[in-house]
Write a new protein. Sequence first.
Length: 288
Amino acid sequence: MSLGRRNENAFSEADVGFLTQVASQIAIGVENALEYGQMTDANDRLAEQKFYLEDEIRFAHNFEEIIGNSLKLKAVLESIRIVAPADSTVLIQGETGTGKELIARAIHNLSSRKDQAFVKVNCAAIPLGLLESELFGHEKGSFTGAIAKRTGRFELADKGTLFLDEVGDIPLELQPKLLRVLQEQEFERLGSTRTQRVDVRLLAATNVSLTQMVAERKFRNDLYYRLNVFPIDVPPLRDRRDDIPLLVRYFANKYARRMGKQIESIPRKRWMHSPTIPGREISGNCRT
């Protein structure tokens, strides 16, 4: 620090001593500020390196779409690694938006069927009258409007994996036919008497309690136990808040690349104090 005056002998020895003390205090403050800035930069670099390292790990294990490093999510990923090599039926349970389809796809990608089809059906999105035809197919003329033969999703998934989302919405009258496929790997198309044999691994997902539905006689007990061979519970994001920074960085980098921008780091205070929409969460996967 330097001071100057136009007058000759403008500073007395007392002034110099006082200014020296002030300069020493300012120097300490400046030094602390510089060290804090260096530490912050180093922490940001470590955080970025950790993020990209975790990104590489996810790609190496086919978990590229599942973002997070919390203990609860690690437990889910470990369950995926355990059950994927087997042909066991898996029941994926969790709230809407927790990424149940991503879990199913990860199981398929790590299984011996990964080179075959991954066919998905949202049972809640298909009218009840058409769901049987959608799953098992139909012959021409089997019902009004059946102007051509249709191949069902089970046939399309032969040698591969079939993912039934919102399996709790399957009507009771259709559940025995689904149970037979699980037990015998065979079925008949609507309007046909010829038995079709398939080799399909079934993955099911639900956001409701099938146990409660069984108690209320809205879901078959025997079908529930056939589906619940290996259950996986996907935790909501509110139960794994440690994953929020990773999600923030993931989405920021994803959309930065899409817009041709570069985002090197995100200040913690920006996302820690950002407003949230009541009743909604950030999904713990790569979808928005």
